[in-house]
Design a protein around this ligand. Structure first.
Ligand code: SF4
Length: 180
């Protein structure tokens, strides 16, 4: 039993992008030193999971502020203060992945989709301008309607069409299990 086996050596910070929708914040993109597919079913047992899609190998966590999405070959963290914080987050992620892998025999791997976003999670990724273009009075009302499957994400025109919101849209689509 290889209880001390290390799953992952590192997640290298490969890119940072300005978070255009939130000046001062950045998006951090990381590249894991190993394909994450094998550990995702165990990571999906952790708290603060918003969405897990085993078919697409995507797992989104809620952070204190912002979100972290794992793909088999990529990590995206949004609403990060600076590159230094990004490096700290990726290092903490490596530790969490390795700890989870070490204890995997005690965990019941999850291989079915999970989806538990809250209205605030959806709202946090909307433009929050209450522009009413979607027909709802507020972005929060739109968030509720999306979760009740009465409205589709693409009905928020600013989110769908404004390049400033690309990272939010991609994260929201992963969270909701929609989109490409
Ligand atoms: S269109 Fe988008 S930004 Fe405008 S109110 Fe609706 S959800 Fe908010």
């Amino acid at each position: 039993m290889a209880e001390d086996e290390v799953y992952l050596e590192s997640v290298a910070l490969t890119r940072t992008l300005p978070c255009l929708a939130e000046p001062g914040k950045i998006i951090v993109i990381g590249s894991p030193s190993r394909d994450l597919s094998d550990v995702l079913p165990f990571l999906a047992t952790l708290p603060n999971i918003i969405t897990y899609n085993p078919d697409a190998s995507t797992l989104t966590f809620r952070r204190e502020r912002g979100f972290l999405t794992l793909y088999r070959d990529k990590v995206i963290v949004i609403q990060v203060d600076n590159a230094e914080q990004g490096l700290d987050l990726l290092a903490a992620l490596v530790d969490a992945i390795n700890a989870t892998w070490t204890h995997r025999h005690e965990l019941a791997a999850i291989n079915t989709p999970r989806r538990a976003p809250r209205p605030l999670d959806v709202w946090a990724l909307l433009p929050q301008s209450n522009c009413k273009v979607c027909g709802e009075a507020t972005c929060m009302a739109f968030a509720f309607a999306v979760l009740q499957q009465q409205r589709a994400v693409e009905e928020c025109t600013p989110l769908a069409e404004d390049a400033a919101f690309v990272d939010r849209r991609v994260t929201l689509e992963a969270m909701l299990g929609v989109g490409a």
